[in-house]
Structures are given as structure tokens and as C-alpha cells.
Write a new protein. Structure first.
Length: 267
């Protein structure tokens, strides 16, 4: 009985030591599996196979069955394992087509828009087309024509708008005498509290009387002027527009602020 107790105690001690070793190895990140029972003493050993490079090395431990014993197989990964592949380089953004690509002027579409009711004489329209093409090449934007050839009625409406916006009408027109006559008609209508239609009609009568004398307050009355909108132009685009004026030639540009536009005098 004493011998049996000592044998059981010795077995438990061996199991405890094996468990300590197993736990220490397991703490190093090893995997485990159940191993087969060892062969009897005296049985010829099977040849040991050398693991191939990159394989896993296994160490099998066996302890007798018991409440404190487990059979584990510890596998340690070799240090020669291949490293994870490097991340792929980021994809390049698609390149945009060059803006310097040559373009043909053949069958070129008009690069300007004419507001409803605006009329252009053939010679003026040709200049506008050339100027619009030069501007489009520089900016990629179209021009907007806000005024062209005017009859006395349209000229009266345009000048009435200038007076309403507080524009320096005397500074805008070269013929100061003609400008003062039209301004006087506007001030008389304003002081008499005439309607807008009546005041515009009074301006028209003054303008017609001037034309009869051979006086043209504006080149618009002689089919030689056009207005181009510039309120949406950036400073760089305004420079591009004036560069186009120089390129085309035969055009005199005057920037007016009320309302914002370029007044072009066509030779």
C-alpha cells in the first residue's frame, strides 16, 4: 500500500513538472494538440524525419492519464517564415488632356451670346466674333453682348437707366453739349414727377432732334458700337479681354461701371 502511494505521488510530481514545462512553452505562443501514447520500452524506434524548410517543428509530450495531466503537442514556427507582401503603390490619377493642344479654327462655333432684342450690324458682328474667339482661346468662356445697334428709342431707354443708376453721363460721352441736353430733359421729367415712360419719351425726342442736326450722342446710333458684359469677369479675364481687343485691332474699349460692361467702339 505504501509503495502504491509513493508510485502515485511520484506520478503526480512528474505530471506537475510536465505541466509546468507545457505552460511555459504555451506562454510563448505555441499551439497544442493531443499526442499518441508512447511505444513500449524495447520497441524499435521509427526513423525521425527532418522537417523541410518552412515547416513547423513539433514536440510531443505525454504524461499518464490523471486529473492533473494532459497530453499536448507544442509547435514552434521557424524564424525563416516569409514576410507579408509589401503594400501596392497607390494608383496614379489619370492625366487630364493638355490645354495646349492645337485647335482648328475651321467651322468654329460662335463664342458669344447676344441678348434678345439686340441687333448687330454685319461689320460689327464680324469684329465681335473675332474678339470672342480670341477671348475664348485665353479663358474658355464666351462673351455676352448686351447692346448693339440702337434706334433713338433704345438709346433713350439706355441713357435713362444710366441716370437712374447715378452714372456720370457727362463723363461717359465725348459730346458734352449733347449729353447736357439729354440730362436736362431727364431732370425736368424727374422734377415734374413724370412717369418713367413719359421721361423716356422726352429723352427720345431730344436724341432725334440731335440726329437731325447730325449729332450722334452714341456710336450705337450709327451701327458702330457694342456693349459686352463684364460683371462676371475676374481681373485675369478682363486682362485677357483687353489683350483680345489689341489682337483684333480696330476696336476701342471703354469700361463702364453702371451697369458693368465694356463699351466697344468699332472703326
Amino acid at each position: 500500500m505504501a509503495r502504491s502511494s509513493r508510485s502515485r505521488s511520484s506520478a503526480l510530481q512528474r505530471a506537475s513538472r510536465a505541466a509546468v514545462v507545457i505552460l511555459a512553452l504555451a506562454a510563448g505562443g505555441c499551439a497544442s494538440r493531443v499526442a499518441s501514447a508512447p511505444e513500449l520500452v524495447g520497441t524499435p524506434r521509427t526513423p525521425v524525419n527532418v522537417p523541410a524548410p518552412g515547416a513547423h517543428v513539433g514536440l510531443d509530450f505525454w504524461v499518464p492519464d490523471g486529473p492533473a495531466a494532459r497530453v499536448l503537442s507544442l509547435q514552434v514556427q521557424e524564424s525563416g517564415e516569409a514576410e507579408p507582401p509589401e503594400a501596392e503603390p497607390p494608383a496614379r490619377a489619370p492625366s487630364s488632356p493638355s490645354s495646349d493642344a492645337p485647335s482648328s479654327d475651321d467651322d468654329e462655333e460662335p463664342r458669344y451670346v447676344v441678348l434678345p432684342g439686340v441687333e448687330l450690324a454685319p461689320a460689327v458682328e464680324q469684329k465681335v466674333a473675332e474678339l470672342a474667339s480670341a477671348y475664348f482661346r485665353r479663358t474658355g468662356k464666351e462673351l455676352v453682348v448686351t447692346s448693339g445697334t440702337r434706334d433713338p428709342a433704345r438709346q433713350a431707354e439706355a441713357m435713362h437707366g444710366l441716370f437712374q443708376h447715378g452714372a456720370d453721363v457727362l463723363g461717359l460721352y465725348k459730346d458734352k453739349t449733347a449729353a447736357r441736353e439729354i440730362k436736362s430733359a431727364y431732370e425736368e421729367g424727374l422734377s415734374a414727377e413724370h412717369s418713367q415712360e413719359a421721361t423716356i419719351a422726352a429723352l427720345e425726342r431730344v436724341i432725334r432732334a440731335q440726329i437731325d442736326r447730325g449729332v450722334f450722342i452714341s456710336a450705337h446710333l450709327r451701327e458702330g458700337a457694342v456693349d459686352i458684359r463684364n460683371r462676371d469677369m475676374t481681373p485675369a479675364e478682363k486682362r485677357a479681354f483687353l489683350e483680345g481687343v489689341d489682337e483684333v485691332g480696330g476696336v476701342f474699349a471703354l469700361e463702364e461701371s453702371r451697369p458693368p460692361h465694356y463699351h466697344l467702339q468699332i472703326d
